[in-house]
Design a protein around this ligand. Sequence first.
Ligand code: SF4
Length: 186
Amino acid sequence: MPMPVDTRGRKIAIVCHCLLNANSKVEGLAKYAGVHPLVARLANEGIGIIQMPCAEMTALGMRRWGQTREQYESVPFVEHCTALARDTLAQVEEYQRCGYQIVGLVGVDGSPTCGVAHSAVGDWGGEYEPEAWAETLRDTGRAPKPGVHMELLMELLEPLGVRFVAIDESVEGHGVDAVIETLTTR
Ligand code: SF4
């Protein structure tokens, strides 16, 4: 009996949870229905996907407010993200040990948790009224630093050669072309 042909590409991208499931986002912030268009582009390139857990949803659930990096820098949340990042590290190490290529990690710019180049900042204490929350969102700034979860992932994965890129939903096309170009060139 001839062995079946194995056609896997041995290329894998690590992708933030909400890019495969917009439902994990804070209410009011989703700009696509379910799966981000990036995913189809990755599929066309024959690149497999590791979907990371959503650090915010798994810590605070679906009724959470939008928060800033300063709020998510709490010790318990950083510990939560550290545990998630270590799990991602273990998967990367195992794939690399067996000859697979991790083509990069795709974050979500602007997120206080998953931003790569930018994350939401604002030194305030939280909000309770929807109107106050909307006002706070308008006032929330962006700082040129990674989100809380992403910073921990960079510490663990950059030494292994993993490149970090991000979808940016504030720009036309969300930066998908640039992400695909980076992930498909080495
Ligand atoms: S950006 Fe990160 S924390 Fe925010 S919804 Fe997406 S996966 Fe969750």
